[in-house]
Design a protein around this ligand. Structure first.
Ligand code: ATP
Length: 235
């Protein structure tokens, strides 16, 4: 579904991505794990066209998307939930969801997707008229994921969904990520510091160190790998 081939990315003189190549197959959950500053968020932003990709090529379902404008990439079916969520704090839950449906005109489909979101996240249904900024961190993460679902992405990019959340809330969010993947056949690319949880729900994973991909395997094999255990699982 998504092929990344030999991509570099820079912030001024900082060489943030060094010749990275990755593949994401339709229907998978893929995790990208690594330490702070390894280049995980940059990878997602490069896919979305927010950070320019140098060299190489990124293709989504056969279409080259490197150097394409972000709105065009979203229209093709990719959506990102950024680190820190970035919901609209003064808009209500419903209005935040409406913003996700901004490019759509299929009123019936929009209503269906909202109903689906409210069954996935009953807390959001209860708070549908509450301002986004007054929600808890976990509820804001649910809202950010839901707003992305309103664009009907075929590939959903999630950047650190567990950031700042209590362990019990993190587990709930991960269960729902798995459900979204299974029920909607949404392909998911997950960037996470919580490698243990991420690899447990992932078909495959990539390990990134200082801008390079250093390892890739199934989620199960990475969980059992001694180097991964030592470096990322604290075992
Ligand atoms: P984290 O988990 O801390 O978000 P990460 O793996 O997502 O880390 P990136 O945020 O992609 O890592 O950062 C990769 C490198 O690029 C780091 O050296 C970082 O300091 C640098 N970097 C990231 N954003 C910028 C920016 N806007 N300007 C300059 N350098 C940046």
């Amino acid at each position: 579904m998504l092929k990344i081939r030999n991509i570099d990315a820079f912030y001024g003189n900082i060489h943030a991505l060094k010749n990275i190549s990755m593949d994401i197959e339709k229907g998978e959950i893929i995790s990208l794990i690594g330490a702070n500053g390894a280049g995980k968020s940059t990878t997602l932003m490069t896919i979305c066209g927010v950070v320019p990709a140098r060299g190489g090529e990124i293709t989504f379902e056969g279409t080259a998307i490197n150097n394409m404008a972000t709105d065009k990439i979203v229209a093709l079916g990719i959506n990102q939930v950024p680190e820190g969520r970035h919901i609209f704090p003064y808009l209500t839950v419903m209005e935040n969801l409406d913003m996700g449906a901004f490019l759509r005109s299929d009123a019936r489909g929009i209503k269906q997707d909202m109903d689906y979101i409210f069954t996935l996240f009953p807390r959001l249904a209860e708070r549908r008229n509450q301002a986004g900024g007054t929600l808890s961190g976990g509820e804001q993460q649910m809202l950010a994921i839901s707003r992305a679902i309103m664009t009907r992405p075929r590939l959903l990019l999630l950047d650190e969904p567990s950031l700042g959340l209590a362990p019990i809330v993190t587990r709930q969010i991960f269960e729902i990520i798995k459900k979204i993947n299974q029920e909607n056949k949404t392909t998911i690319f997950l960037v996470e510091q919580n490698a243990n949880l991420a690899l447990h729900i992932s078909d495959r994973g990539y390990v990134m160190e200082t801008g390079s991909i250093t390892m890739t395997d199934t989620g199960r094999n990475l969980l059992a790998n001694e180097d991964v255990k030592k470096a990322y699982l604290g075992i």
